[in-house]
Design a protein around this ligand. Structure first.
Ligand SMILES: [Zn+2]
Ligand SMILES: [Zn+2]
Length: 415
């Protein structure tokens, strides 16, 4: 028997953490925080044989340093791009926690301690333990993201992490040719619906930007630093307008470009990034907003970062546009703006008169593609996590003949 215990991220999105106990070895799959309120998963015994990190997002990697603070000194396995990106995001996360006055669970020293224990694992490379082995597969979610396959005592357990099956401008879709899988532990962020066609979204985005710039306005595009910023660069660089990048997206792109194989089309991304002007400091921002242009800037959910500067200076301009390019988590300034038309991040409070758009550029798969994946792999059991509707989805899947469960945090399933 293998015991799978859900430490966090079950029936919710955020603070992912799964403990696998084979009876001989103990492994942890992901260990993140809930970004909005800095809550964390249940803290397991630190006698672990290895930690596998699916990708750099803080809901999957943001609490790793706490394990090292508590005395864990074993390996944490991740791909090289995930290591580079996690290192930026962890430092930024700690900065945000300090600024917000959160209770701090670890300090910079603990981040550095964790980094000294990173062991690189590339997709296709197998890691052997005494009774188990593990392998990563490309997940298509963001650069460096992987699915993890753990084989132990004749059982094959596949953890999806966050996953995207279709190709996007930035990423090649996930690997999905799995055979003889006993258990899939699956993300189910969008189990309740389907995303609009990607090409259609790209065309819509280009049209918004063209209309804005031809009208002498500025197209402001808040984007997540990792993944979305690079995707926007690729899509928008083809238009021929001046493109500016601002915020953490600059460093994230530099890191991603160190790993040519982490993106679908390295050359196009490199060209788009080289041509874009990198904006730093308010003096430069002041100059940038003098002329029609495109600005891709963090933060994606508008809570802080340079987007606050642009909103504060352009909010009255009806010739400018603001285009949200990703899911806005309830409680964020971006979500508030979407729902009420008022922007309030606790420091700045205004009602933008810019043209507002929301385009659902998700880095997660949707319901139909999840169903297709389960049918193709045909596992013995599906365990649903990383979603707010796992219970309903579980019922639907059971009705279709799958053996499916939606555990809660703290629950254990033996397979
Ligand atoms: Zn993610
Ligand atoms: Zn996630």
């Amino acid at each position: 028997m293998i015991d799978i215990r859900f430490l966090g991220g079950a029936r919710e999105v955020g603070r992912s953490g799964i403990l696998l106990d084979t009876g001989v070895e103990k492994f942890l799959f992901d260990y993140g925080i809930e970004v909005q309120d800095n809550t964390h998963p249940i803290q397991p015994d630190i006698r672990l044989d290895g930690i596998f990190i699916s990708h750099a997002h803080m809901d999957h990697s943001g609490f790793i340093p706490d394990l090292y603070r508590r005395g864990y000194s074993g390996p944490v396995f991740m791909t090289p791009p995930t290591a580079d990106l996690t290192s930026i995001l962890l430092r930024d996360s700690l900065k945000v926690q300090k600024k917000r006055g959160d209770e701090l669970h670890f300090m910079l020293n603990d981040i550095k301690k964790a980094e000294r224990h990173i062991e690189f694992m590339e997709p296709g490379q197998r890691q052997e333990f005494s009774v188990s082995n593990a392998e990563f597969f490309h997940a298509g979610h963001i650069p460096g993201s992987v699915l993890t396959l753990l084989e132990s005592k004749g059982k094959r357990i596949l953890y999806t992490g966050d996953i995207k099956f279709i190709d996007t401008a930035l990423m090649k879709g996930a690997f999905s040719e799995f055979k003889d899988i006993d258990v899939i532990i699956s993300e189910s962020t969008y189990s309740y619906g389907n995303h609009p066609d990607r090409r259609g979204l790209e065309d819509e985005l280009k049209k918004i930007v063209q209309d804005t710039v031809y009208n002498n306005g500025i197209a402001v595009i808040p984007a997540f630093a990792v993944g979305r910023t690079q995707e926007m660069l690729i899509i928008l660089s083809k238009l021929g307008f001046p493109v500016f990048v601002d915020g953490m997206g600059i460093r994230a792109t530099e890191k991603i470009l160190k790993h040519q194989k982490s993106v679908r089309d390295y050359k196009t991304l490199k060209g788009a990034f080289d041509r874009a002007t990198k904006v730093k400091r308010d003096r430069m921002r002041k100059e940038v907003i003098q002329n029609p242009c495109v600005i891709i800037t963090t933060a994606g959910m508008l809570n802080g970062g340079p987007i606050v500067y642009y909103l504060s200076h352009l909010w009255k301009r009806q010739d400018c546009s603001l285009t949200l390019t990703g899911f806005q988590v309830p409680g964020t300034a971006g979500r508030g703006l979407m729902d009420t038309g008022r922007y309030d991040n606790g420091e700045v409070d205004l009602r933008p008169q810019m043209k507002m758009n929301f385009l659902d550029f998700s880095a997660h798969t949707d319901r139909d593609h999840l169903l297709e994946f389960y049918k193709k792999v045909s596992p013995e059991k599906i365990i649903l996590i990383h979603g707010e509707h796992t219970d309903d989805f579980s019922k639907d899947l059971n009705g279709m003949g799958f053996d499916t469960v939606a555990p809660g945090n703290g629950e254990k399933i033996s397979v």
